[in-house]
Structure formats: structure tokens, C-alpha cells
Ligand binder design. Structure first.
Ligand SMILES: NC(=O)c1ccc[n+]([C@@H]2O[C@H](COP(=O)([O-])OP(=O)(O)OC[C@H]3O[C@@H](n4cnc5c(N)ncnc54)[C@H](O)[C@@H]3O)[C@@H](O)[C@H]2O)c1
Length: 462
């Protein structure tokens, strides 16, 4: 690939046709090798408006998932797959099915196939350059999260998408998940009251490593290690914040309708001291500043009959904004509670996961419901004399049964369906557009900057 757009280092762009991989590749099944030379059957987009001709670049873990889901969508037609690592290319072609042509060179694929849309599922450091090339080839772009490796790239990519009024979507699939959409609607209609805090996390218990298929003393080990385990090295990756935190922080940005004002992060390599460079343990506190609403202002200046001296909003007129604090943690040595977001408001709480959302009503700040007036909730028990109370099993029990939001839909498939609809309708209003991707990238990247510089980082980019 040319480095025409990229100012960042772009290490290791050569295809893996070394002695080792060539042998491996040639030894692979005749059928899939044959698939590499299947000629293109190019149908210009305008001749078949019912299907989008898609080229996929990067058929590793995520790319393979996307290919498999695309093959279940009637508006999708995968015309080609590109990957510089032959075993992955072979697998991607197998998933894509007959008719998809294989490429080791992305630019060549764009020139030869002239697809309607490009799906980018390569390592983070390549997103910007590949997206810019796809846009220059007049393609719609579906780019996996995180949108860009650096803020500078995110600024430039956003400009380019807007300049072209291009169809561009970032792969933050919660944006297309029925549970999250319902939850955000509940936030917007005020069911949670004023949001006062968000607590979010993605905790795992694994080392994130992939096996390297040659011994450590093999001349190709270093290159294969960096290629397969790119997530662990700063030249290619932005670590946990980009790989996992981008999802949760997008939910926070969505619920609060903006990006954060500042980020403070403590992070380190605390457990997996195996040669990796990126943190395996990240704890962030973000501050968001929101405007005080008109109804709160009138409550504070007394024009609303409900105003009370000493109410939480009584200084609202002199202080036109308030702060919402959002915590995010990601660890790789304990998976307790997995991935979730807890959105807390004065009237209720949403506990969100991709499979289920739970809404708990709040009893109200003056009536916690289990320790007022010496009275004890029936689900609580006194375990010592004095005030110490212990809830039975479920710490949420005193709040009663939550409302459940369920969905069995596959949000990754849904995001692809919606993207393809936008392409077919030539509609740039994708469900996760470049502004969302931009804000999300900035949010993830300033957390890393804060950890590296050891100080809070003001968000100057939103
Ligand atoms: N939205 C999600 O839930 C989700 C889940 C997983 C990964 N992702 C994102 O998808 C992207 C890929 O992640 P992954 O886990 O699939 O990584 P991966 O390493 O499994 O796959 C990346 C693929 O890109 C290929 N590649 C590298 N350089 C290339 C080049 N110059 N030209 C063509 N192909 C090249 C590699 O050979 C590899 O097959 C990342 O941005 C990641 O954050 C998103």
C-alpha cells in the first residue's frame, strides 16, 4: 500500500509470503487456493440496485464474523476479500463463498473490483489509510471501531467524509442494538430523571494473546508476533481503551449526548508481564459537563412552584452547567461482571448489556427505603447491632423487580443491514456516523494520553 495519507508510522505492511507462509499457503487446500483466481464478475452498482457489492479488507477474527453475517443478508454481495496473511485470506474466502475473489493487495482490490462498499476490519493503525483510500475510490465505508489510531487522523477522516457527503459507518454495534436504543429513549424521555453518574466496565480474564505458528527462534517470529498480536503493541494498537472501552464510552457519549470534558486515567501492565506494551489494567474517570435544563432553572429561581430552598438545583442560575462523572474500567485478570454499563439517574438506573437491559426505579433521594426511621426493608437484615445492614443475596432486592428489556437480535448483523440500507438508498445518515465515531475515538484516546502523561487531559477536540 502507498503511504499517501498516513503520517503515523505504518510498520510491517508487506504480505506474508515469506518462506514459511508461502509453504503453509501452498500446502493449503486446492479449493481455496483456486478461489483466489476466480475472475471477478463485476456488476456495476446501478445495474443491480437490490444488492450492494462489498469488498472486505481484513478477514481475521472480526472480518470473518462480518463476512459470515453478510452472507445471511439478502442485500449483500461479497465480491472480494483482501488479507495479507494467507491463512486468514483463505478462511475469509471460504466464509464468503463462491464468487468472491481474493486479494493480497488492498489498492489492487479497489481498482480491480470497484466495489460499492468497503468493510474495513484490519488492525487499528490501518483504519485511517484504508478508509481514505476507499473514499477516494467513491466507496461507502463500514469501518470497524475504533475509527482511528490518532486524534489527528480522526479529524482528517471526519473532514473527508463530510466533504464528500459519503456514506460512512463505524462498527459500534450497540448503536443498532434494540436494548440500547430502548434504553437511550428512556433516558431521553426523562424516565431516569437527571443522570448523575455512569459506571461502566469490560472485565476479562485472558491474556489476549494468539499463538504464533513458528518457534520463537524462527526468523519470522517477530513479524508474525506483531502481526497476529498487534493489539499488544502501541505502534499498531491503542490497547484496551480502543479495543473494548470504545464500546462502553460510546454508550456514555450517547446517553449524555456529548463527549467528555476531561479524562483522568490510572493504568499499567499489572499482571500479564509477557512482553506486551499496552496496559492490561485501566481505570478511568471522565467528567462530562451538561447544561442545566430550563425546568431546573425555573425551579431554582422560584418561578416553578416545586422549587425548594436548598434543593439540588438552587444554585442553577449562577452555575449554568453541572458535572456527570463516568467511570470506566477494563482489566484482563478477572472477568467478574463482564461488560456492562450502569446509567444512574435521580429516578432510576439502567443496567445494560448486549443481551439484556434492566431498569430499576429509584425510591428517591430522601427515601432510600431500607434504613429510614429505624425501619428495615423486608429484604434486608440486621447483622450486627447498630446500623449495619446486609441485603439478602441480591444487592438490588430492595428496589423490587426491575423492568426488563430483552432482545434476541444480533446487533452486528443489524448494523450491517442498516449500513446496506443506507448504501442502497444513498443515505449518509448511518446509525453510527462519522461524528459518533470521531467523538468515540477522541474519548478513548484521551484516556490513554492521560495514563501516559500521568495527568488529566482536557478534551480540546469536541
Ligand atoms: N465491533 C466489535 O465488536 C469488534 C470485535 C472484534 C474486533 N473489532 C475490530 O476489528 C478490527 C480487527 O480486529 P480483529 O480482531 O479481527 O483482528 P485480527 O488480527 O484477527 O484481524 C485483522 C486482519 O487484518 C489483516 N491485515 C493486516 N494488515 C493488512 C493489510 N495491510 N491489508 C490487508 N489485510 C491486513 C490481518 O492479516 C488479519 O487477518 C479491529 O479494529 C478491532 O478493534 C471489532
Amino acid at each position: 500500500m502507498k503511504r499517501s495519507f498516513n503520517q503515523e508510522p505504518m510498520p510491517n505492511p508487506k504480505p506474508f509470503l515469506t518462506q514459511w507462509s508461502r509453504r503453509q499457503f501452498l500446502a493449503s487446500s486446492a479449493a481455496s487456493v483456486a478461489a483466489l483466481s476466480i475472475p471477478s464478475s463485476h456488476v456495476p452498482a446501478q445495474e443491480n440496485r437490490e444488492q450492494v457489492r462489498i469488498a472486505v479488507v481484513g478477514s481475521g477474527g472480526r472480518g470473518s464474523d462480518l463476512i459470515r453475517k453478510l452472507t445471511t443478508i439478502s442485500t449483500a454481495r461479497i465480491v472480494s476479500v483482501c488479507d495479507i496473511y494467507p491463512p486468514h485470506l483463505e478462511r475469509g474466502l471460504e466464509f464468503a463463498g463462491a464468487g468472491a475473489k481474493g486479494f493480497l493487495d488492498y489498492e489492487k482490490m479497489l481498482k480491480e473490483m470497484r466495489p460499492d462498499a468497503v468493510v474495513i476490519a484490519t488492525p487499528l493503525y490501518l483504519h485511517f489509510e484504508m478508509a481514505m483510500l476507499a473514499l477516494a475510490s467513491d466507496c461507502a465505508v463500514f469501518c470497524e471501531k475504533t475509527m482511528c489510531y490518532s486524534i489527528d487522523q480522526a479529524v482528517r477522516l471526519r473532514e473527508e467524509v463530510k466533504r464528500r457527503n459519503a456514506i460512512f459507518q463505524v462498527g459500534l454495534q450497540r448503536r443498532c442494538n434494540a436494548i440500547y436504543r430502548q434504553a437511550i429513549a428512556m433516558v431521553e424521555t426523562g424516565m431516569l430523571g437527571r443522570i448523575t453518574a455512569i459506571k461502566s466496565q469490560w472485565h476479562r480474564n485472558n491474556n489476549w494473546r494468539r499463538p504464533v505458528p513458528v518457534p520463537r527462534d524462527h526468523p519470522d517470529w517477530e513479524r508474525l508476533e506483531k502481526h497476529l498480536n498487534w493489539r499488544l503493541y502501541w505502534d499498531y494498537s491503542q490497547g484496551l481503551m480502543a479495543e473494548l472501552g470504545s464500546h462502553q464510552m460510546d454508550v456514555a457519549n450517547w446517553a449524555l449526548s456529548r463527549g467528555p470534558k476531561r479524562a483522568m486515567t490510572s493504568a499499567g501492565i499489572d499482571y500479564w508481564r509477557d512482553g506486551r506494551e499496552v496496559f492490561d489494567n485501566v481505570f478511568c474517570v471522565y467528567e462530562y459537563e451538561l447544561p442545566v435544563s430550563d425546568s431546573e432553572k425555573s425551579a431554582a429561581d422560584g418561578s416553578d412552584t416545586g422549587s425548594e430552598p436548598g434543593s439540588p438545583h438552587s444554585d442553577a442560575v449562577s452555575s449554568p452547567t453541572y458535572t456527570v462523572r463516568v467511570t470506566y474500567s477494563s482489566i484482563q485478570s478477572n472477568a467478574f461482571e463482564g461488560a456492562s454499563e450502569l446509567i444512574m439517574g435521580t429516578r432510576g438506573t439502567l443496567l445494560l448489556t448486549q443481551q439484556k437491559g434492566l431498569f430499576y426505579k429509584e425510591d428517591g433521594p430522601l427515601d432510600p427505603g431500607w434504613s429510614q426511621d429505624g425501619r428495615v426493608d423486608q429484604d434486608a437484615e440486621v447483622v450486627t447491632s447498630g446500623k449495619t445492614l446486609k441485603m439478602k443475596n441480591d444487592p438490588w432486592a430492595h428496589r423490587g423487580k426491575p423492568y426488563e428489556i430483552d432482545s434476541t437480535a444480533d446487533d452486528t448483523r443489524s448494523e450491517l443491514v442498516e449500513f446496506l440500507d443506507c448504501v442502497l438508498n444513498q443515505d449518509p445518515a448511518t446509525p453510527c456516523n462519522v461524528d459518533v465515531g470521531y467523538e468515540d475515538a477522541v474519548t478513548a484516546l484521551i484516556a490513554n494520553q492521560s495514563a501516559k502523561e500521568g495527568k488529566p487531559i482536557e478534551n480540546e477536540w469536541s
